[in-house]
Ligand binder design. Structure first.
Ligand code: NDP
Length: 488
């Protein structure tokens, strides 16, 4: 039995898998219900696959590979553009699914879907710029060419399931790889609808496949099966570590975009108003469930009493509620686990001496009772013994530590196993540049909180990951280098 009578009767999205150009159920016939984190309403029913479905998807991608890699970059580009058009045509529907399954405000979901279409358009053009080299030496002549790696796998998380899928599908397909996508189990609807729209832009069967199912089963098969040559994961550091260990058996190529704990430094000469506004935006966007969220704030002692009230004002101004309502700025957290972790980190900080300046609890009222809602929270007087400063909270918490000097702030900022993004606010650009050189992170922003740009490389240092996405670096991740020597 696939979608049973009860599931068919309910007004829900039905999400099947995409294998070899066909929309299919899982071999086991298992399904799962997807629920809205704002109220627990069932919003979708999804086919749940196992390792057999993953194997079929990989085999389909392998069959499609020879013709796809031989096709011209122009043709691949045309199909990606056509996929992007399809995504935009269905943007309202995909955005609505996204809000229903992860809780984020509808306007943010719409922006995410549009951004994903732009990624496809970008790589449709970038694929034409994969060039080689002609090298002359005493030993002969050489051609150096770049070729698609082969069958690639994309494993994605629930916080930006559409955008992050596009970061992998766009460059992989443009490079001439075929791909199997595994969306997050608890939020597969929008990512699957996005992938279907791309496929229906005219891709040959097997070029893009989607399998659903638990990471520990379906994800593991995609990683370990010898057919896959490249694994691109966005997810937790622990998942990245597991994948690295298991991909080692066959020395597979990896891109790992993992956890983060971004520091935000406020210098004595900063434009305090702008710093506080940006800090609130980056700490509470997507309810703090963002790998580049502001997680640790280091503010110079002499400006702390001006900065902190402005940050609190920014936090209190945010409207928390069901993402389907038009005036909402912050939806619920994604799950009970996220809610518990947020509460635990705040309780730990308070126990060790932190002070809650605002939030620190769920909002009150009937409309919040069934959802995973939590108020934007600002904590003062934190220190580095607290979990909020050591672990990734992935919730709407802005912990503040007052520092005696920016040297001290930079050494605290670097005292982390993560290194994804870092932010510094100062009006002295030269000082900002010198500080940026000392901060250990893949992206450092001076006087802005926007490290993600289609045209620039994005990725982490240390336990935040390996490899880069976006920009021309993003396509390099799906290419192998080949040296062809000519004995003239
Ligand atoms: P998880 O690591 O739990 O899951 C990510 C994906 O990996 C899911 O599809 C999951 O499947 C799958 N997975 C889990 N275990 C395995 C396994 N053993 N083998 C293969 N696949 C597996 O992350 P979350 O979904 O909880 O996402 C939040 C995390 O993502 C945060 O740590 C965040 O920082 C990080 N992130 C990083 C970004 C970056 O660019 N650096 C950007 C956005 C998020 P299933 O859903 O079935 O468990």
């Amino acid at each position: 039995m696939y979608f049973d009578a009860m599931e068919m009767e309910m007004d829900m999205h039905r999400s099947r898998m995409l294998i070899d150009g066909q929309s299919v159920h899982s071999l086991s016939g298992q399904t799962a219900i997807i629920r809205n984190p704002a109220n627990q309403d069932p919003v979708g029913v999804v086919s749940v696959g196992d390792s057999r479905d993953a194997g079929l998807a990989l085999e389909a991608a392998q069959r499609a590979l020879p013709a796809w890699k031989e096709s011209s970059p122009e043709m691949r580009g045309r199909l990606l553009h056509s996929g992007a058009e399809n995504v935009l045509r269905r943007a309202d529907e995909i955005a609505r699914m996204l809000t229903l399954e992860v809780g984020k405000p509808l306007k943010d979901s719409r922006r995410e879907v549009e951004a994903a279409a732009r990624v496809l358009d970008y790589y449709a053009e970038e694929g034409r710029r994969v060039f080689g080299q002609w090298i002359q030496s005493e030993k002969g002549r050489s051609l150096v060419v770049r070729e698609p790696i082969g069958v690639a796998v994309a494993i994605t998380p629930w916080n930006y399931p559409v955008d992050l899928t596009s970061w992998k599908v766009g460059p992989a397909l443009a490079a001439g790889c075929t791909m199997v996508v595994k969306p997050p189990s608890k939020a597969p609807l929008a990512a699957t609808a996005f992938s279907l729209a791309v496929h229906e832009g005219g891709l040959p069967p097997g070029v893009l496949n989607v399998v659903h199912g638990p990471g520990s089963v379906v994800g593991a098969e995609l990683v370990e099966n010898p057919i896959s040559r490249k694994i691109s994961l966005t997810g937790e550091t622990e998942t990245g570590r597991w994948i690295m260990e298991h991909a080692a058996t066959r020395i597979k190529r990896l891109s790992l975009e993992l956890g983060g704990s971004a520091p935000f430094i406020v210098c004595p000469d900063a434009d305090i108003e702008s710093a506080a506004l940006s800090c609130a935006r980056r700490a509470f966007a997507n309810a703090g469930q963002l790998c580049i969220s502001v997680n640790r704030i280091y503010v110079a002692e002499e400006v702390a009493d001006r900065f902190i009230p402005l940050l609190v004002r920014g936090a209190k101004a945010l409207v928390v509620g069901d993402g389907q309502k038009p005036d909402v700025d912050m939806g619920p957290l994604f799950s009970q686990d996220q809610l518990e972790r947020t509460k635990e980190h705040i309780a730990d900080a308070v126990l060790k001496g932190a002070e809650i300046l605002c939030g620190g609890r769920p909002p009150e009222g009937e409309e919040y009772e069934l959802g995973y809602f939590f108020l934007p929270t600002v904590l003062d007087h934190v220190d580095h013994s607290m979990r909020v400063m050591q672990e990734e909270t992935f919730g709407p918490v802005a912990p503040i530590m007052r520092v005696a000097s920016i040297d001290e702030a930079i050494s605290f900022a670097n005292d982390s196993r993560y290194g994804l993004a870092a932010y510094i606010y100062t009006q002295d650009l030269l000082f900002g540049l010198r500080a940026a050189e000392r901060l250990e992170a893949g992206s450092v922003c001076v006087n802005t909180v926007s490290p993600v740009d289609l045209h620039t490389p994005f990725g982490g240092w240390k336990e935040s990951g390996l490899g880069r996405e976006l920009s021309s670096s993003g396509i390099d991740e799906y290419l192998e280098v080949k040296h062809i020597r000519l004995g003239l």
